[in-house]
Design a protein around this ligand. Structure first.
Ligand SMILES: [Zn+2]
Ligand SMILES: [Zn+2]
Length: 299
């Protein structure tokens, strides 16, 4: 199961009812935090995301509304006695940013492991998930992220019996472990569809995001502007309108769409939601604290 919690759906500046960008994605007791706008640690507490369980912070880009929560989050983690290393990933410039933030938040009792994603490309593991970065279209280098929870093939007891594999090994093989000379592929069928959550902000609609979002269980996408009349402004500033987000999700065959990163000028998201639903009827207007549990398909 993957739990996704939208910690903040605002862009540019925090509002009383709308915190800045951050999304928590959790599976198997491990949480990946995508972006860390000002106030993210408070949003985590408010919406039930355990700060101890955060194993990685992935930054999309270095505009303030996506990163100003970071030094405070580190300090709180330190105060809670964290010693486990924290993975930090982001576009080039990450190491300089971490150094700069450490001058106000450091030294820390835990290690920061930085992963600079050259050209916003790269694949890495935050067990049990596999993360993939891809380049978005913003005014600065900006990474989108696909979070995947893989699913092993179906266990075949007949093959296990035929290969004379002791019963005591079955569950370990089923969990993907090699036991002695027995390997999982001896007893597992082809891999089944896993789960995929895609985060695409800040960005104009672009092909890399459409490809990443193909068949995604959930796409959480930049929907800065609710009014179609702002399409030129969206293009100029490297953002999307709600309608564009709906069109991209529909084209990609995503199963769910959450609109996020609303401009502070969007006081009522309803017109934008209706515009997004023109192409993608299941679109949902982002709201702080919104959460969904995603499960593997029945088959
Ligand atoms: Zn932003
Ligand atoms: Zn930005």
């Amino acid at each position: 199961m993957v739990r996704v919690t939208l910690l903040g759906c605002g862009g540019t500046q925090p509002l009383p009812q709308r915190a800045l960008s951050a999304l928590a994605v959790s599976a198997g007791g491990s949480t990946v935090l995508i972006d860390c706008g000002e106030g993210t640690q408070a949003a985590c507490r408010r919406w039930g995301v355990n700060l101890f369980r955060i194993d990685a912070v992935l930054l999309t880009h270095y505009h303030g509304d996506h990163i100003f929560g970071l030094p405070g989050l580190w300090q709180t983690m330190a105060g809670m006695g964290r010693t486990a290393p924290l993975l930090m990933a982001g576009p080039p410039g990450l190491e300089a940013l971490v150094r700069a933030f450490l001058t106000v938040a450091g030294p820390l009792p835990f290690a920061l492991r930085t992963l600079e994603l050259e050209r916003c490309r790269g694949q890495f593991e935050v067990s049990p998930a596999v993360l993939e970065a891809f380049p978005l279209k913003h005014r600065v280098d900006c990474c989108g992220y696909a979070y995947r929870l893989p699913r092993a093939g179906r266990f075949d007891p007949a093959r296990a019996r035929a290969a004379n594999i002791p019963l005591a090994y079955w569950s370990r093989l089923q969990a993907g472990e090699t036991v002695g000379r027995f390997t999982p592929d001896m007893v597992l069928g082809p891999r089944r569809r896993g789960l995929k959550v895609v985060y695409g902000a800040d960005t104009r609609p672009c092909r890399a995001l459409a490809e990443a979002a193909r068949d995604a269980d959930l796409l959480c996408m930049d929907a800065t502007y609710a009014d179609d009349a702002d399409a030129d402004k969206a293009k100029l500033y490297g953002h999307s309108t709600c309608r564009q987000a709906g069109a991209l999700a529909a084209g990609a065959g995503a199963r769910r769409l959450w609109l996020t990163h609303y401009s502070a000028a969007v006081t009522d998201p309803t017109p934008g939601l209706l515009a997004a639903r023109a192409a993608f009827p299941a679109a949902v207007a982002g709201e702080d604290g919104m959460s969904v549990d995603l499960f593997f398909d029945e088959t």
